[in-house]
Design a protein around this ligand. Sequence first.
Ligand SMILES: [Fe+2]
Ligand SMILES: [Fe+2]
Length: 209
Amino acid sequence: MVFDLDRYINEFDRGLRVLEGEPQAARPSPAEVLPEEALERDLRRHAAALMRVNHCGEVCAQALYQGQRLGSRNEDLKSALSTAAAEESDHLAWSAQRVRELGGRLSLFAPIWYAGSLALGYAAGRLGNRWNLGFLAETERQVEEHLQGHLERLGTQDAKTRAVIETMKQEEAGHRRAAESLGARELPAPVKLGMRCAAKLMTTVSYWA
Ligand SMILES: [Fe+2]
Ligand SMILES: [Fe+2]
């Protein structure tokens, strides 16, 4: 019980740091080595909005991983996913940094998406390893598609933003493969559709606020 309480306190503390909006990355942002381009105002605003969406997605990723850690009792599974969780922390910091560099601000609704994702992650964690992994693999698959869409919407401009998105997309693919190799189950089609609808709501709202 003491162990459980510690776990909950640690995750609560982590949640507060996620929502503070000033996370620290363990690795430098992929954008750091590239020069800042002179972007037109509309493009800069568009890129900032896309990165606000991505930051919100990374807040959700933190909450999902946290929920799954709290919901699952399998230590092997949790340690196997720790690399992915560490990379997600960098994504969170890089996307927040890029939003600020572009003159944007983070989403006002991040705490709401965070709470919803935490509950979903916890529920998935309680369903057992293979469903838990299946939920993770499907989430990562949908995030990969979504990031590809952002690259297409940005076109050839703003190399710094594209570098962040490209690296995140590659790493999300790695997280999906890790979940698949650990025995992820294919989720039923209605569940996948429900996840797409929830993601669409989050991405549409966070583009604007
Ligand atoms: Fe991520
Ligand atoms: Fe991921």
